[in-house]
Structure formats: C-alpha cells, structure tokens
Design a protein around this ligand. Structure first.
Ligand SMILES: NC(=O)c1ccc[n+]([C@@H]2O[C@H](COP(=O)([O-])OP(=O)(O)OC[C@H]3O[C@@H](n4cnc5c(N)ncnc54)[C@H](O)[C@@H]3O)[C@@H](O)[C@H]2O)c1
Ligand SMILES: O=C(O)C(=O)C[C@]1(C(=O)O)C=C[C@@H](O)C=C1
Length: 342
C-alpha cells in the first residue's frame, strides 16, 4: 500500500513489530492525527473481535475490516458485543506465509490471489467499495461470499490440507538422520506449511472444527482403502495383487483429477527479484537498521531471507529487490558501512 502512495499507520500490541514493519517501508508507526479511511485489523483470529470492537468504540476510522482466516466466528462475536456493524466487513486474502511477523511480509503477497469479502445486508456500500479499493491496490482478485460458506470452503482448500501437511511432517520427527538427509523437493512441497505457528492454527481450527473434521474423516477413508490396497500388493496371490494395484491406481488418478482443479495464479507472473546479500553480526537492532537504510535509499525491499552461520555470531541477510534497484541499494548500504556479499 505504501509503495502505491497510500498513507499507512501501523499499530501492534508489541510496538517492536510495528517499528520493524515501518523500517521495512510498510508505513509509519506514528498514530494518525484524525479519522482514517480504513482500519485493517490483522491480529490472530481469537483477538479479532475485541481488537475491532476497541477500534470501533474509539471511532478510529470511516470503515473497518479484518483479514482473519475464519469469518463466521469473529462476526458472531462482534454481533454479540452489540456493535453497529454497518461500517465493518469481514475479509480474507487467500495468500500467506508459513512464517509470521513483519520480516515474513512481502509487498507482492496478494498479487493475483483471491481475496474474499463477506458483506451482509447491513454492510454500508461505501465500506464495501473501500474494501474493493484495498483489494485492487494489493492487485488481488475480489471474491464475494457468505461468511459460513467461506469457512466451509477454506476447510477444504486450507485447513484440512494444513493438518495433512503436519501429519506427513510429523513422520519425520523421530526418523533416522540417514533417511531425512535424502529429503527432496516432493516432501518440501508437501510439508512447507507444517512450519507455521501452531498458536495461530489452533485459533483457526478452533473456529472451524466441524467442516475440517468431516473432511479429515474422508481423508481417513481414503487412507484405509490405500493401506488395504498396498497390503494386497504384498500378497502372493496374483489376483489380490491386481486388485491392490487397481486400488492404488484409482487413488492416484483421483488425485490427478483433483489436482487439475487447482487454479493457477491469476494476474501477473511472479516477480523475479535480485538479491542484495548483507553480512551482519547477530546483534539486536541490525535488521531494523538495514531496512531503515534501504528505505532512506528509496528502495522497496520485496522479500527477505536470513541465513544464520552455524557456530558463528553472524548471519547473511538476503534482501530481494526489483532488479533495477539492486545496484543502487548495494552502493547505498556499502556507503553506510554494511558489508555486502556477492
Ligand atoms: N499467515 C497467513 O498465511 C495468513 C493469510 C491470510 C490471513 N491471515 C490472518 O491474518 C491475521 C494475522 O496473521 P499473520 O500471519 O499476519 O500473523 P502475525 O503473527 O504475523 O501478526 C499478528 C500480529 O498481531 C499482533 N497482535 C496479537 N494480538 C494482538 C492484539 N490483541 N492487539 C493488537 N495486536 C495484536 C501480534 O503482535 C502480531 O504482530 C490472522 O487473523 C490470520 O488468520 C494469515
Ligand atoms: O501458503 C501459506 O503459507 C499459507 O499458509 C497460506 C494460507 C493457505 O492455506 O493458503 C493459509 C492460511 C490463510 O488463511 C490463507 C492462506
């Protein structure tokens, strides 16, 4: 938003998070002087209703929205608080990371991704329009849905897959190092989201347990059938082996059919960034200083990766920027005393 000229005021109950986000160029951590157009609440699902209610009671904005991954529960909590919900709309961008916090944020996260809006009969038209403007500024694709229909849909495409990813990853917990060492891209694809913060996911799953349990029961049915088919493949009886192969093939073909229904990313192709690598001492405040220096150089950091050197008090920070900004950023950081690595 900031890179598109929108004035963004950042607040967090942990001021260090807002400061880091501000240093990354996401906005300012100073409070607004008057009423803002839109208050966006991006806190863990269990805190959404209380945070929104607090902002609404203080009359912070003309319109309010949240981005929580579940929509029915927070709306019902707000209704129970007896607030006027005409200036509020529940929303959910279908894009995220397995890592939390401002350092995991990227400016193009929502590009081409669905962003669900759940207006009700009570929602003010101006509020819906502001939400649509936000979605357009983030280059996402608006999808209007009923809150409960949204929760059933994300049980299928997000919540159940998350648990299945965790269950696959859990097999590795006590596995032999000789096996784990062989991990290739397939298991990385299947387990990436298992690295997510369990506290946020407990909130999400607690707000949508029924639909997720129904889907997991269906997965359990497929697992049982596949185990039976694999056992049959071990049989000495040729007929049984043929049945087993047919059972496994049927599962794999159903998987093919389902996979073809996963839509591609709409809109623009993923951006190709150039990496500016900076060697830092592992000391507090280093990252905030780098981001502040990048901001001062007028460069937007699109993504960041940090590699900690084993056994050393040092780390390599990889700043991902638009290719045309890379050499200017390297020069500006070098001038400010940073050690740049090729
Ligand atoms: N991470 C994803 O993949 C993703 C995707 C879409 C939507 N969401 C939703 O976005 C919301 C935020 O998730 P995130 O991944 O950005 O998490 P995050 O941990 O990066 O950010 C949450 C922030 O909220 C702050 N916070 C916690 N309680 C607060 C309170 N009571 N008042 C003020 N600030 C508070 C925390 O300090 C933290 O900085 C959640 O509701 C989540 O369901 C997440
Ligand atoms: O890609 C990831 O890392 C995510 O966790 C993203 C994901 C998803 O399941 O697609 C997770 C939860 C959010 O509510 C929205 C998006």
């Amino acid at each position: 938003l900031a890179s598109r000229g929108v004035t963004v005021h950042l607040a967090d109950h942990d001021p260090a998070q807002a400061r880091t986000a501000a240093a990354l160029g996401a906005g300012t951590d100073e409070s607004p002087e008057g009423l803002v157009d839109l208050c966006v609440v991006a806190v863990p699902p269990a805190h959404v209703a209380a945070t929104l209610a607090d902002a609404m009671r203080r009359g912070t904005a003309r319109a309010y929205l949240d981005v929580a991954s579940v929509k029915g529960g927070p709306r019902r909590e707000l209704e129970a608080l007896g607030l006027d919900l005409t200036p509020y709309i529940g929303t959910h961008p279908m894009s995220g990371r397995e890592r939390s916090g401002p350092l995991a944020a990227t400016a193009d996260l929502f590009e081409g991704r669905p962003w669900v809006l759940t207006p009700t009969r009570d929602t003010d038209t101006e509020v819906l329009n502001l939400a649509l403007e936000l979605v357009a500024l983030c280059r996402a694709v608006p999808v209007v849905m009923d809150a409960d229909a949204h929760d059933r849909a994300v049980a299928l495409v997000s919540h159940m897959p998350h648990l299945v990813s965790s269950m696959v990853a859990a097999r590795l917990e006590n596995a032999e190092e000789t096996a784990v060492r062989l991990c290739g891209q397939g298991i990385r694809d299947v387990t990436r989201i298992a690295a997510s913060d369990p506290r946020m996911w407990i909130d999400i799953l607690s707000a949508n347990p029924g639909p997720v349990a129904d889907l997991l029961a269906q997965v359990a049915g497929d697992l049982d059938e596949t185990v039976t088919a694999l056992r049959a493949l071990q049989s000495a009886d040729e007929q049984k082996r043929a049945e087993g192969a047919a059972g496994v093939e049927s599962m794999l073909r159903r998987g093919n059919a389902g996979q073809t229904r996963v839509p591609g990313k709409h809109g623009t192709a993923p951006a190709a960034y150039e990496i500016v690598a900076v060697l830092i001492d592992d000391q507090p405040g280093q990252l905030a200083r780098i981001f502040a220096d990048a901001d001062r150089a007028g460069v937007n950091v699109e993504d960041v990766r940090i590699e900690h050197a084993t056994g050393q008090q040092a780390g390599l920070v990889q700043l991902m920027v638009e290719p045309r900004a890379a050499s200017a950023l390297s020069a500006a950081l070098r001038e400010r005393g940073w050690s740049i690595r090729q």
